[in-house]
Design a binder for this molecule. Structure first.
Ligand SMILES: [Cu+2]
Length: 485
């Protein structure tokens, strides 16, 4: 295992036996994922251990007590090659049960980390072995799927290299966005309790402006790779270098508007899958979504900003190609944020990623109960969830109709659906942001039998009921990899 400094996520772990293949695979695309260190070299362990535990983390002049993987926020970057087998042993050193969900991976259901669906949560002091194949290259992440744990520090990047990477670039940087309150205004569980006890938000929700409310909480900090803008991470490079950025929104409650000062971005992937490249000034990334883009860097020191949409406040990092250039201010205004914005309809999937035509249509209404504290799918809450039943092998169209006043980034486990509203030949995605009154069609090919979670990736909405299931095929089987100490 290696430790990397600075901007790139601090540690990079290479997994499993196909290590030579990984080295070969990432070399042409510019050295892999997060770091400057070559993946070739000394022998590495087969598989890896991921320890979830209480940790003290420096966010950049502000130290907080939180829960993290391997004492890092974000957790260690896990890098593998498409087709490879990944083996991760979760060690639960937390005071509460936990699981790891491999967000976006078309995975064996037993390894999906969905507590109560595919496994019992791993108890304190116990371990769980996650072993699965990663079928598709791309930008993913992993996180706890128990309660509010994701809104602590329990998340990290999962980068799957393409053994035949078609894009040309010199280097790549992973950018993980987060909204942070843990250890500052209590815990995320406290924030959820406050929200549940409050009626204040009713007015906010009802007096909604056009486009609705993106999300409800104001977080004290917005982070890029675990750092506040006052002590940002710096991505060092050189003028003229072509860089692939992989952007992951790991926040619980904040969609971000993203841009790189003085540059336009050519978006090449969303949620791991390639799309026809589109050049824009900015994009909005919902919770659980990912975007990859290419830029050719100019000379200077540029703010990489993620503005908390509809909230005020921003996360910032620095991209530096000139050692002498003055660092941008933490409050740097990036005009690109108001420039040409990426639209879903501009993202077309590659021809061979198109799914078969759907044979039938299901509708899912995204709703809010009058309390403003309960969020529903077809009128149902998580304790008696909406259950979508389909047949194995069929393609179904799901119409997601947002009848509530807030944004909902809906995430389906175990599949990468295709966004196909209004004749779009849209992108393959696993998370799609639906605005108030909006209706979006997603087509899902039922080729991975199981009982899958289908939920809002606003973690507060998820915990306030917005969790359903999508199921078919063999009954869910419980994994039995828990080991007792
Ligand atoms: Cu939601």
């Amino acid at each position: 295992m290696e430790r990397l400094s600075g901007a790139r996520v601090s540690r990079r772990l290479l997994i499993s036996g196909a290590f030579a293949a990984l080295g070969a695979a990432v070399a042409p695309g510019g050295n892999a994922a997060l770091g400057a260190t070559s993946p070739r070299g000394a022998a590495r362990p087969r598989g890896m251990v991921l320890r979830a535990g209480p940790a003290t983390i420096d966010l950049g002049g502000r130290t907080v007590a939180t829960w993290a993987y391997d004492d890092l926020v974000p957790g260690p970057s896990i890098v593998a090659t498409a087709g490879e087998r990944v083996a991760v042993r979760l060690v639960n050193a937390l005071p509460d049960p936990t699981t790891v969900h491999w967000h976006g991976i078309r995975i064996d259901p037993a390894m999906d980390g969905a507590p109560g669906y595919t496994q019992a949560a791993t108890r304190p002091g116990e371990t769980f072995d996650y072993v699965f194949t990663v079928p598709d290259p791309g930008t993913y992440f992993y996180h706890s799927h128990v309660g509010m744990q994701l809104d602590r520090g329990l998340y990290g990047p999962l980068i799957i290299a393409d053994p035949r990477e078609p894009l040309g670039y010199d280097d790549e940087f992973t950018v993980v966005l987060d909204d942070w309150l843990d250890g500052i205004d209590g815990t995320p569980d406290d924030a959820l309790r406050k929200l549940n006890a409050s009626t204040d938000h009713d007015d906010t929700l009802r007096s909604t402006v056009m486009g609705g409310v993106s999300a409800e909480l104001r977080h004290p900090h917005y982070l890029i790779n675990g750092r506040v803008p006052e002590a940002p991470v710096t991505f060092d490079s050189r003028p003229g270098r072509r860089i692939r950025f992989r952007v992951i929104n790991a926040s619980a409650d904040t969609p971000f508007r993203f841009a790189l000062g003085d540059h336009r971005m050519t978006v090449t992937h969303t949620d791991g899958f390639p799309c026809r490249p589109v050049t824009v000034d900015t994009f909005i990334i919902g919770m659980g979504e990912r975007y990859d883009f290419l830029v050719t860097l100019g000379s200077g020191a540029f703010p990489l900003v993620a503005s908390a949409e509809g909230k005020g406040g921003q996360a910032m990092a620095i991209v530096r190609t000139s050692p002498g250039a003055a660092a941008p201010s933490p409050k740097a205004k990036v005009t690109q944020l108001d420039g040409k914005m990426l639209q879903y309809r501009e993202l077309n999937a590659r021809h061979h990623d198109h799914l078969p035509r759907p044979s039938r249509t299901l509708t899912v209404a995204l709703g809010m109960r009058p309390s403003g504290n309960e969020w529903t799918l077809n009128g149902k809450l998580a304790n008696d969830p909406m259950r979508l039943r389909v047949d194995r092998g069929e393609t179904v169209r799901i119409v997601l109709h947002n009848q509530s006043p807030m944004w909902h980034p809906m995430h389906l486990h175990g599949h990468t659906f295709q966004l196909r509203s209004n004749g779009m030949r849209g992108p393959r995605k696993d998370t799609v942001n639906i605005k108030p009154r909006e209706r979006l069609n997603i087509d899902v090919h039922a080729d991975n039998p199981g009982e899958w979670m289908f939920h809002c990736h606003n973690l507060y909405h998820q915990e306030q009921g917005m969790m359903g299931t999508f199921g078919y095929g063999r009954p869910p089987r419980r994994a039995s990899h828990t080991m007792h100490h």
